[in-house]
Design a binder for this molecule. Structure first.
Ligand SMILES: [Ca+2]
Length: 387
C-alpha cells in the first residue's frame, strides 16, 4: 500500500517485459490462453506456454488449422473423380482454376473458401484467368508508363514511337509539344489494318474546338457520333463528340478496337491556361502482345526492369536517353495514307503539321524545380491544376 491508499499491484512476468496484476496469494499469474482454450502462463520467451498448440496433419497431407479452439482440416471437398468445380487432386485438395489452370501464365491459382479457387493475377493483368492486360494511360504532360508498369517522366518534344508490335500489326506514334518547361501529347497516329488514323490538335484552341481526325488522309466529322469498320473489318473506329455546353467540359473521344482484343482510346482535354487542347491516350494490349512490344511502352513481359530498351536492343539506365532512342526524325510526304504504314518512318499525314511548339530547338525541359523562381513554379502548378 502506498501513501494515499493506492496499491502498486503490477508485477513482471518471466519474460521481463509483460506484466500482470498481483494475485491474492502474492504470485504473478501472467495468465494467457492457449489455442486449444486451456489456460497457461507467459514464459521466458514471452509466449504462452502451451504443449498442444500445433495441429496434426490431415489425411490430405496438409496441416490442420485452429478454428475456435479446435484443430480442423481444410474443408473436405470430396475425393477424385468427384471433386467440385474449383478443386482437383486425389482428395480434391488442390485448387482448380479451369479453364485457366495456369492463370494464362500471368498469375497463380489459389484456393478460396468453400472449395472454390481463383486466379490471383500479376499486377498488370486482370480477368478471371488473368487473360487481359490492364490499360496503360498517358495523361496530360507525359507521365509515361510502360505496359509492365514502369512510370517515368519525359518532357522532350517532337515525334516518337509510343508502341509497336509488328507481330500484331499494331503501331502507334505520338507527338509531344511544349508549354513553358513541360511537354504534352498533341497528336497520335495509329495503324488500323491497312488504314492509318491520325489525330491532331490545333495550335491554339477554344474550349469547344475539336481535334482533327484523319482516316487515310481524309478528315472525319468529329461533331457527330460515328462508328465504322476499318482495315478490312479488323478495327472498329468510334468517334464520340465532346460536350462543352452547359458547363460541361468532356472532350472528344476516339476509340479503336482491334479484333485481337487490343484497343486505343484517345480523349481530348482543354487547358484554359494554355488555350490549347492536349490528348490523353489509353492503350490496352491483347495477350498476344506478350513478348512482342517495343517503343516507349516497353517490352511487355511482366518484368518492368527490362523496359528501357531501345530500338537496337540497347538497355538504358536513363529514361531520357531511352525516350530519345524512340524519336522519329525522318519525314515523308506520303504518310497517313491507305497502305502507307512504315515501321521506321513517320506515319502522320503531310497536313498534320508540327508547329514550333513541337520542334523549337531552344526548348529546354525542366524535370526539377530546383533553381527556378517561384513565378515559374506557380505557373507550372497552375497548368497542372487546370488539367
Ligand atoms: Ca518488360
Amino acid at each position: 500500500m502506498q501513501a494515499g491508499g493506492s496499491c502498486d499491484c503490477r508485477c513482471r512476468c518471466d519474460d521481463g517485459v509483460s506484466s500482470d496484476t498481483i494475485a491474492a496469494d502474492g504470485s504473478c499469474p501472467c495468465s494467457c490462453t492457449c489455442k486449444n482454450g486451456e489456460m497457461s502462463r507467459i514464459g521466458r520467451n514471452g509466449r504462452c506456454q502451451c504443449r498442444k498448440d500445433i495441429c496434426p496433419r490431415c489425411p490430405s497431407g496438409e496441416l490442420a488449422e485452429w478454428r475456435g479452439n479446435v484443430c480442423q482440416c481444410p474443408e473436405a471437398c470430396g475425393t477424385s473423380p468427384t471433386c467440385p468445380a474449383g478443386r482437383r487432386g486425389p482428395t480434391c485438395e488442390q485448387p482448380d482454376c479451369f479453364p485457366y489452370q495456369d492463370c494464362s501464365g500471368h498469375g497463380v491459382c489459389r484456393k478460396g473458401a468453400e472449395c472454390h479457387a481463383a486466379c490471383q493475377c500479376n499486377r498488370r493483368w486482370q480477368g478471371s484467368g488473368c487473360e487481359t492486360p490492364t490499360p496503360r494511360w498517358m495523361w496530360g504532360d507525359p507521365h509515361l508508363e510502360t505496359i509492365d508498369g514502369l512510370k517515368f517522366d519525359y518532357f522532350g518534344i517532337g515525334e516518337f514511337w509510343d508502341c509497336k508490335s509488328e507481330e500484331n500489326d499494331f503501331g502507334c506514334q505520338v507527338r509531344y509539344f511544349y508549354y513553358k518547361q513541360t511537354s504534352l501529347t498533341g497528336a497520335v497516329a495509329v495503324k488500323a489494318g491497312l488504314s492509318v488514323v491520325t489525330i491532331t490538335t490545333p495550335t491554339i484552341a477554344q474550349p469547344d474546338d475539336v481535334p482533327t481526325v484523319r482516316v487515310d488522309g481524309t478528315e472525319q466529322d468529329t461533331l457527330t457520333a460515328t462508328r465504322r469498320w476499318l482495315g478490312n473489318d479488323s478495327v472498329l473506329l468510334d468517334i464520340l463528340p465532346g460536350n462543352t455546353t452547359s458547363g460541361g467540359n468532356s472532350g472528344t473521344m476516339i476509340s479503336l478496337q482491334f479484333r485481337s482484343g487490343a484497343s486505343v482510346t484517345v480523349a481530348t482535354s482543354y487547358s484554359s491556361t494554355m488555350k490549347r487542347m492536349f490528348l490523353n491516350i489509353g492503350f490496352t494490349p491483347a495477350a498476344s502482345f506478350f513478348n512482342n512490344t517495343s517503343g516507349l511502352c516497353g517490352n511487355m513481359d511482366d518484368d518492368p526492369n527490362n523496359d528501357l530498351t531501345g530500338p537496337n536492343g540497347t538497355m538504358y539506365n536513363s529514361t531520357d536517353l531511352f525516350a530519345e532512342s524512340w524519336r522519329i526524325s525522318t519525314r515523308r510526304t506520303d504518310g497517313g495514307l491507305y497502305g502507307s504504314w512504315s515501321w521506321t518512318e513517320s506515319n502522320f499525314h503531310e497536313l498534320d503539321v508540327m508547329d514550333a511548339s513541337y520542334t523549337n530547338p531552344s526548348y529546354q525541359p525542366v524535370y526539377t524545380l530546383d533553381g527556378y523562381s517561384s513565378n515559374v513554379i506557380n505557373a507550372g502548378t497552375k497548368i497542372n491544376r487546370d488539367y
